[in-house]
Design a protein around this ligand. Structure first.
Ligand code: CP
Length: 307
């Protein structure tokens, strides 16, 4: 069961807590397509989205998750808020708290922003991505998608390729997949994958040989090169990156027939993956988006029912 006030990371969750969230997400998923199943069970609850960084998938799925469950939602548009007059994150959070909200869904470029907010306000805090630290709801939706397609995570070989160094998605996935018994390979250029990442969790290995890393994996997860987090260029250019580290049609010959191809989005087609790979029959990238909504409905239900 899940008794916490907040959802801040995967690192401190137990495998039982993860399984509970995924079980509730399974109950939620049919409500996306079948409106007759939607019950406005959180009608007296209020949520605020506080996104200091850009988002399509995470923000929109939390927005729709609130609407499908009857949660009253307000978006604090950071670009027109008093943040621009120098107001601190804690003062912003306390201000929202005093207005009687039940939860804040925060995305920030600062590691630990959600943790700081959670310590200072009564409302539940959901981390929708903090800097290069964690993106817990992404890892949960990825786990949901893997289980839906492979039955279980235990014993699977999962290869994550790309800009691992700057990726909160990679970190949250490493923590979750390791807890659930997967073997994880992190692959990419030396400038974007550190050998030290093997110490993040059990059963994690780092390689710089992408072609070798894709050979026998059950799940292949591509990651975007996050140019916005790089102070100086770490790859020569995107064309060369694709040739050396990108996945394209030719690579399918060297992968398992039933390999599951995933990507958290947004995808830079032709950089980390060709369009052929993004749209091929093994790709579940669009299903990940749908599962993101189910998982976020589950998290809102669990946290707000606890209050
Ligand atoms: N995967 C993900 O977090 O996408 P957004 O940045 O669009 O929310």
């Amino acid at each position: 069961m899940f008794k916490r006030k907040d959802l801040l990371d995967i690192q401190t969750l137990s495998s039982n807590e993860i399984t509970h969230i995924l079980d509730v997400a399974k109950e939620m998923k049919p409500k996306i397509d079948d409106k007759s199943l939607r019950i406005l069970e959180l009608e007296n609850k209020t949520a605020v989205t506080l996104f200091y960084e850009n988002s399509t998938r995470t923000k929109m799925s939390f927005t729709l998750a609130c609407k499908y469950l009857g949660v009253t939602l307000a978006d604090l548009l950071v670009s027109t808020s008093s943040v621009n007059k120098g107001e601190s994150l804690v003062d912003t959070g306390v201000t929202l708290d005093k207005m009687g909200i039940d939860t804040v869904i925060i995305r920030s470029s600062k590691t630990g922003a959600g943790h700081l907010l959670a310590k200072n306000i009564k409302a539940s805090v959901i981390n929708a991505g903090d800097g290069t630290n964690e993106h817990p709801t992404q890892a949960l939706l990825d786990a949901f998608t893997i289980i839906e397609n492979k039955g279980s995570i235990k014993g699977l070989k999962v290869t994550i390729i790309g800009d691992i160094l700057n990726s909160r998605v990679a970190r949250s996935n490493v923590f979750l997949l390791s807890k659930m018994g997967a073997f994880i390979t992190l692959a990419g250029p030396r400038t974007l994958v550190s050998k030290n990442m093997e110490k993040l969790a059990e059963n994690v290995e780092v390689t710089y040989d992408v072609k070798e890393a894709i050979k026998d994996c059950d799940v292949l997860m591509g990651l975007r090169v996050q140019f916005e987090r790089q102070n100086e260029p770490v790859i020569p250019n995107t064309r060369e990156y694709h040739e050396l580290f990108g996945i394209d049609k030719n690579d399918m010959k060297n992968m398992k027939d039933d390999v599951l191809i995933m990507h958290p989005g947004p995808v830079n087609r032709g950089v980390e993956m060709s369009s052929y790979i993004v749209d091929c029959k093994n790709s579940v990238i669009n299903e990940q988006v749908k599962n993101g909504l189910a998982v976020r409905m589950a998290i809102l239900k669990i946290l707000l029912s606890n209050k």
